[in-house]
Design a protein around this ligand. Structure first.
Ligand code: EPZ
Length: 419
């Protein structure tokens, strides 16, 4: 699939961001922790959610889409003692691996293949394995499949090597039903990890330290069904804010939590961006030329790696040389060569550092979307560029941004989807 974009148009109006992909995916996986119904609101209509719902159906749950953004996960249709998770589905998105924790909390053996997902560099699973092994899980790899088994999970203190988002979530979901106290040290504290914790609390889990790097979980006998509103997507919010800044458009980005965006917003303000921050929205004001930026991606509350490429595109429109320092992943600069082909003065120094000098005009080109988030950055570059840009492999962008073509068209962008 490709997107065809003619750049140079100012955007106008308001865009509602919707629920966070990286919150809803673990929350949907966590519904496996109960046989009772869970009703989830503010579910984004994106490919990764479709795949997670398919996975839950495949595992034996009833899935009902109640309306646009509400999903009910009903009781189990069947309870099989050994779960072998559909390898094709698991390979199709990374968050599929999040079913491991909740399934191990309720069954003694599962088989699952290595998960797929965006190609953004080395994505180890050692923290997942380390945490689960500490809890008494045996992990055997053969024929490309992992077999996880145990004779009852044990509450332990687990120190993660990296504050991994999905490892924290998997271990959390594994331990909420485990008798005793489990402590996860150097846990991830991202808003989506917090939202999973709040969902688990609504189900009856007992968790202390939410939003900090130490989570203490006291196991409970069982969890019950509940209702939950997924948090607004912080990455979506930043994507549209930076799109507005790059295209010098006075749009309103609504339905957001600005308190989840403190460090990125301060960074943009320091570069000269101007916006009004309300409780649940941000309206962009006209800014002069932005100044060069020194960007370093960090775990929350730092600048998320998922918006690094957007800062890269913004840097092409800022005065001076910006340093983009990607500290989390070693394969997130594939977009730089595409930007350079569009006219950007951008060089990759090493797998973690790039220098971008601006301001430069960008010109329409045939480019490809390297992955979901860099794909969004390519859309922003195309909206700034003079002439027509064709973005190939655009399907990856629809994994995480709901009806992106329709919603950007509503803001006045000249964009169409072609199969
Ligand atoms: C989550 O991926 C997100 N995905 C990613 O968003 C996001 O980029 C990433 O966190 C970082 O914020 C979901 O939430 C579904 P990590 P995850 O494990 O959990 C190291 C998007 O586009 N590490 O937090 O896979 C790893 O090398 C996606 O929405 C280990 O060392 O990332 C990296 O440097 C892309 N050992 C760092 O931790 C491990 O076992 C963060 O990775 C696991 C990770």
């Amino acid at each position: 699939m490709k997107f065809v974009i003619t750049g140079g148009k100012k955007l106008r109006g308001s865009i509602d961001v919707g629920g966070a992909k990286n919150a809803v995916l673990p929350i949907l996986a966590a519904t496996l922790l109960t046989d009772e119904a869970c009703v989830i609101h503010n579910v984004p209509l994106i490919r990764d959610v479709d795949r997670m719902l398919e996975l839950l159906t495949n595992i034996g749950r009833t899935v009902i889409r109640n309306g646009d953004h509400t999903v009910t996960i009903g009781p189990a249709r069947r309870q099989s003692p050994i779960h072998t998770i559909d390898p094709k589905l698991v390979k199709s998105f990374r968050a599929s691996f999040l079913v491991v924790g909740p399934l191990l909390a309720r069954t003694r053996k599962i088989r699952i293949t290595e998960p797929g997902g965006c190609s953004i560099g080395n994505r180890p699973l050692d923290d997942h394995f380390h945490g689960l092994r500490r809890m008494g899980v045996t992990i055997v790899r053969s024929d490309g499949m992992y077999t996880f088994s145990h004779r009852g999970l044990e509450a332990k203190t687990i120190t993660l090597v990296a504050p991994s988002v999905t490892a924290t979530e998997n271990i959390l979901m594994a331990c909420v039903l485990t008798r005793g106290t489990t402590t996860i040290k150097d846990a991830a504290a991202e808003p989506h990890v917090q939202d999973l914790c709040f969902f688990l609390e609504r189900m009856g889990a007992r968790i202390k330290g939410i939003g900090t790097s130490t989570l203490t979980v006291t196991g409970v006998g069982n969890l019950h069904g509940t209702m939950h509103d997924v948090i607004p997507d912080p990455i979506g919010a930043l994507s549209y804010i930076m799109m507005g800044l790059a295209t010098k458009s006075r749009i309103t980005v609504a339905g957001i939590r600005p308190d989840h965006l403190d460090v990125p917003l301060e960074t943009l303000l320091a570069a000269g961006a101007r916006f009004d921050i309300a409780r649940h929205s941000i309206t962009l004001k006209s800014s002069g030329l932005l100044k060069e930026m020194k960007i370093q991606t960090r775990p929350y509350p730092g600048i998320p790696t998922d918006v690094q490429a957007l800062f890269g595109v913004l840097a092409t429109q800022a005065q001076g040389t910006s340093l983009i320092h990607e500290t989390i992943f070693d394969g997130r600069f594939a977009y730089i060569s595409e930007l350079a082909r569009m006219g950007a003065n951008a060089v990759v120094c090493d797998p973690h550092r790039a220098l971008i000098t601006g301001p430069t005009s960008l010109y329409g080109q045939e480019i490809r979307s390297p992955d979901l988030r860099a794909g969004m950055a390519m859309i922003v570059a195309a909206l700034i560029a003079q002439g027509q840009t064709i973005i190939y492999d655009a399907q990856s962008i629809e994994r995480g941004y709901e009806r992106i073509v329709e919603r950007l068209s509503a803001l006045g962008a000249d964009i169409r989807r072609e199969e």
